[in-house]
Design a protein around this ligand. Structure first.
Ligand code: LMR
Length: 327
């Protein structure tokens, strides 16, 4: 019996050892182009992670929804078919995580510094904790930036949105935002937006310039208004079982790689958006408009009440806490 136990124990050790030597594959799926801010940060993470683990981890990047679209990727992560994603903060409502929609509230952040005070402080941490009950671990917040609006007509005043079909992400706040402007919101997966704009299934959309540029949405949108009415950013998430099951040294190396990739991504995001807008302008296909003070005030008058209107859904306490951080 002792001999059998010893042999079994030895086999177990060999087994464990063999596992330790195996390459750990980390599939990281996302919906944007590889040269969008998120795509670039993901690429940086891959390079840093593979280097720091001496190749013991192989990060497979799947950009542009090649593996999964918005909704499927979250399901796939929970099933453990992919290990890492970076969905926008606007995509957690369908998971029952309505709190993340606080980031979608129009005009809640005056600038990226204010966003970072929230994401890097206790609020950011609290939101991460909420993910764990869904079998998900939050690793980082990544910026894209502030959104512009686009259509095939000038959008100067809220009344210009009347009857327009506007594509939104799957966030109740964004749905309400478009309705407040008199438009009809249409929730669509990111990968379907260009086609929907092309065929006229929707008339317009909102996104930071980097997404409009890298998806070539500007080719089918004659007008862009630089409204900066809301923020779009991401949460990098991993499957909890996968993460908790990693050898500790690998987990530590990946944590460090993520911290560095986050620093890099958040450093380039704003410049990427400025450059994207300039590139769109250079194509001559899309007129770019900046709101004057009166128009800006009219947009705010239409959209600011949403912060109060969404208290019941998102939580007044959370909205107030964000306000305190952004003063
Ligand atoms: C969108 O669906 O518009 C964005 O969330 C896409 C992205 O990931 O930047």
């Amino acid at each position: 019996k002792v001999i059998i136990a010893l042999v079994a124990c030895g086999l177990l050790m060999v087994g464990e050892n063999a596992f330790a030597q195996q390459t750990i594959v980390l599939k990281f799926s996302h919906v944007v182009a590889s040269d969008a801010p998120k795509g670039k940060a993901a690429q940086r993470f891959k390079e840093l992670a593979e280097k720091a683990t001496n190749g013991r981890v192989r990060v497979e990047l799947y950009s542009n929804s090649t593996l999964y679209k918005d909704k499927e990727e979250l399901e796939a992560l929970q099933l453990g078919v992919v290990q890492m994603l970076a969905p926008s903060l606007a995509k957690f409502g369908p998971l029952g995580m309505k709190e993340f929609e606080v980031f979608d509230l129009p005009y809640i952040f005056p600038d990226l510094q204010a966003v970072h005070r929230v994401t890097e402080g206790p609020i950011g941490k609290k939101l991460f904790n909420k993910l764990e009950s869904r079998g998900i671990i939050g690793l980082a917040y990544w910026d894209n930036g502030f959104k512009v609006m686009s259509a095939n007509k000038p959008l100067h005043l809220p009344s210009d949105f009347k009857m327009l079909k506007m594509r939104v992400q799957s966030s109740k706040v964004l749905d309400v935002q478009m309705r407040a402007l008199g438009a009809y919101p249409q929730a669509l997966a990111f990968s379907d937006v260009v086609e929907a704009l092309k065929t006229g299934a929707v008339d317009g959309t909102e996104n930071p310039p980097s997404n409009l540029y890298t998806q070539k949405m500007y080719e089918v949108q004659k007008n862009i208004t630089v409204s900066n009415h809301g923020y779009l950013g991401y949460v990098v998430i991993v499957n909890k079982k996968f993460w908790d099951g990693l050898p500790w040294d690998i987990r530590a190396a990946l944590t460090q790689a993520m911290a560095e990739a986050t620093k890099y991504g958040n450093k380039i995001a704003q410049d990427e958006n400025t450059a994207a807008l300039a590139r769109i302008k250079k194509t001559g296909k899309t007129a770019i408009y900046y709101l004057n003070d009166d128009e800006g005030a009219a947009w705010k008058a239409a959209l600011l009440p949403i912060q109060k209107g969404m208290e019941a859904r998102i939580g007044k306490e959370l909205i107030d806490a964000v306000h305190l951080e952004t003063l």
